[in-house]
Design a protein around this ligand. Structure first.
Ligand code: UDP
Length: 244
């Protein structure tokens, strides 16, 4: 089932059913781009119908951010659970290790992506990470590196919106079964950046922790304020139309 937030589709599934379905798709040789929908993406692309159309055409759009869950609940709709990029990536790695699926890590600084690979290999004994590539080389180099490994699952950590544009612009030229943008996840997995303490994760305020740690992210969080206003405004508009 899908919800729609300001024109953007978002699936209402939880981690378990998503992972289950995605691994069926991998075995069926499908080509899947898992789209992360968060207020930043919505505010970035809400005036670009061609991009919205492309994102909506994908099979899975996940609710990556408490703002999306809030907007859905505010409109009394379907999404109950946030699916964070990093938790989703880790669960995908766990399942890929069990199912012998090949993984490629693309993005972040060279030493970060290498350390992320090493840490995942320590954590999951049977994991098959068939290649890595830093996010500071040309797009062509990234595409070549990914394609020569025939990986099943490609995680792309270039930050948003660069990672989404990289995937959208190169989908046809990239070889993968599943591709997913994962933002700063390699930094966390490598230990380069610490994830927020549990208290922030449990209270859905990881975004606040990241602002405290990296104050320049405040600019990005203006999107969140604009997003909240837009959700409230749209709801009022619908209610008024209904009354009239
Ligand atoms: N990055 C990259 N190439 C670039 C710009 C950024 O590989 O040209 C990497 C950067 O090193 C970091 C990640 O992309 O590992 C961005 O993380 P950030 O936390 O900013 O992403 P977000 O989760 O906020 O989208």
């Amino acid at each position: 089932m899908k919800d729609n937030i300001l024109g953007f589709d978002v699936v209402s599934s939880n981690y378990e059913s998503l992972i289950h379905n995605i691994f069926i798709d991998i075995n069926n040789d499908e080509k899947i781009f898992i789209v992360n929908i968060n207020p930043f993406i919505i505010m970035n692309y809400c005036n670009k119908p061609d991009i919205i159309k492309k994102l909506n055409q994908e099979k899975y759009q996940i609710a990556d951010g408490i703002g999306i869950v809030w907007a859905s609940k505010f409109n009394k709709r379907l999404i109950k659970e946030r699916i964070t990029g990093i938790d989703f990536m880790i669960k995908m790695c766990e399942q890929a290790a069990k199912d012998c699926k090949k993984i490629f890590l693309c993005g972040a600084k060279p030493e970060v992506v290498k350390k992320a690979k090493k840490n995942l290999e320590i954590k999951y004994k049977n994991i098959k990470i068939v290649g890595t590539c830093s996010g500071y080389v040309s797009e062509l180099e990234m595409i070549k590196a990914i394609n020569k490994t025939n990986a099943d699952i490609v995680f792309v950590a270039l930050g948003s919106p660069k990672q989404e544009m990289f995937i959208l612009n190169n989908k046809e030229n990239l070889k993968y079964k599943v591709i997913m943008p994962v933002g700063g996840s390699f930094d966390v997995i490598s230990g380069n950046i610490k994830r927020a303490p549990n208290l922030f994760i449990k209270t859905n305020t990881e975004w606040l922790y990241r602002i405290i740690k990296e104050p320049k992210r405040i600019i990005r969080n203006f999107s969140l304020i604009k997003f909240v206003f837009l959700i409230i405004f749209n709801k009022k508009k619908k209610e008024n139309n209904y009354v009239n």
